[in-house]
Design a protein around this ligand. Structure first.
Ligand code: FES
Length: 157
């Protein structure tokens, strides 16, 4: 009889212990979601300059729709991030963050380019849309003709 009473007390404590542990576990916040990885980006490529425009041959340097690619030329002010917003619509901005100099990435979900270091993001017209608002990007006009995209300097209508 004493053993039965001891066993049922032990069972009761075990049960209560589990209830307390479950309740404590319920109060522990779920771990934060890991940061969303940047979408894959095509590798940087050097392209020629013709009549003061960067010339991107898409047959040589493909840029799928909703993806972006950095292009450089030693005579150009800096890397350019060419974004293929849709199959027929291209947009280009400075490829580096004006604050820290890191390479910017295109986020097709938000349709912005963003800095990998903080939450700063820029629209494709170069204006900041999230985070720090004290700097803008240069936005470059794009002229697409078949497999060729010419990127002009700002003001090259
Ligand atoms: S460090 Fe690049 S935007 Fe803030």
């Amino acid at each position: 009889m004493a053993d039965e009473a001891g066993a049922s007390r032990r069972d009761l404590f075990r049960l209560l212990g589990r209830v307390v542990a479950d309740a404590a576990g319920a109060r522990i916040p779920a771990p934060a979601a890991p940061p969303r990885p940047a979408p894959p980006q095509e590798p940087e490529a050097e392209v020629p300059l013709e009549r003061a425009r960067l010339v991107v041959d898409l047959a040589l340097h493909p840029v799928p729709a909703q993806r972006a690619r950095r292009f450089v030329n030693p005579a150009w002010p800096g890397p350019v991030l060419l974004v293929r917003v849709t199959m027929d619509h291209f947009a280009a901005v400075d490829g580096d963050c004006p604050h820290c100099g890191l390479a910017l990435s295109w986020d097709p979900g938000r349709e912005v380019v963003h800095c990998p270091r903080d939450a700063t993001a820029f629209r494709m017209d170069g204006l900041p849309s999230e985070g720090r608002r004290d700097e803008s990007l240069r936005s470059y006009p794009c002229h697409a003709a078949g497999p060729r995209v010419e990127i002009g300097l700002p003001g090259d209508g």
